[in-house]
Design a protein around this ligand. Structure first.
Ligand code: MG
Length: 180
């Protein structure tokens, strides 16, 4: 069983930087969001993003990573930028190294099809995904995994995320493998 973390919205504060770059208070005020996304192609944007505050150590991204690390096998499952897959994945990986959030290389996954990783290939048991996008969670659940919707700047880590992960781990523990 692997606990996968999404990056943007979970450990990387994508939207604050996105707003800043487009000179607006909130990213939802960006007039042409499609164009703003296209403008990120072939840049090192994903390397420039911050972690989530507060800045007293450990910050809120560090706390999430530390917790899943303490639970055993963990990884990153993040979507690259459309139309800029290789370049964006490159900078995302460097960002993970910069913050010392890099998992085992085999568990560092950049894909538009996260749900392909919903079932653990070794054990046949569900994997866990922490992600801020409802669509990703729905696809993950449908594929047999356990998805936890979490957005770092909205949801509480201690009272919401950690108990949810504990609960999911318990469910996985009771789960019969689909293979055996
Ligand atoms: Mg996300």
């Amino acid at each position: 069983m692997t606990i996968y973390l999404d990056m943007d919205g979970v450990i990387a504060d994508f939207f604050s930087e996105f707003a800043k770059r487009n000179n607006v208070e909130h990213w939802k005020s960006i007039k042409d969001k499609e164009k703003a996304l296209v403008d990120l192609r072939y840049t090192d944007y994903f390397y420039q993003i911050d972690c989530f505050e507060p800045w007293n150590i450990p910050n809120n991204s560090q706390r999430v990573v530390d917790f899943v690390k303490s639970k055993g096998d963990w990884g990153i499952c993040s979507s690259p930028l459309r139309g800029d897959e290789y370049n964006s994945a490159y900078w995302k990986r460097l960002w993970l190294e910069k913050w010392d959030f890099m998992p085992e290389v085999g568990n560092c996954i950049f894909t538009h099809n996260k749900h392909h990783y919903a079932i653990n290939k070794l054990t046949g048991k569900p994997n866990i995904l922490v992600d801020d996008k409802i669509r990703n969670i729905a696809a993950w659940d449908k594929a047999g995994g356990i998805g936890i919707r979490f957005q770092n700047d909205e949801d509480d880590i201690e009272t919401y995320l950690f108990p949810k992960i504990e609960e999911a781990l318990e469910t996985v523990g009771q789960h019969n493998s689909i293979y055996f």
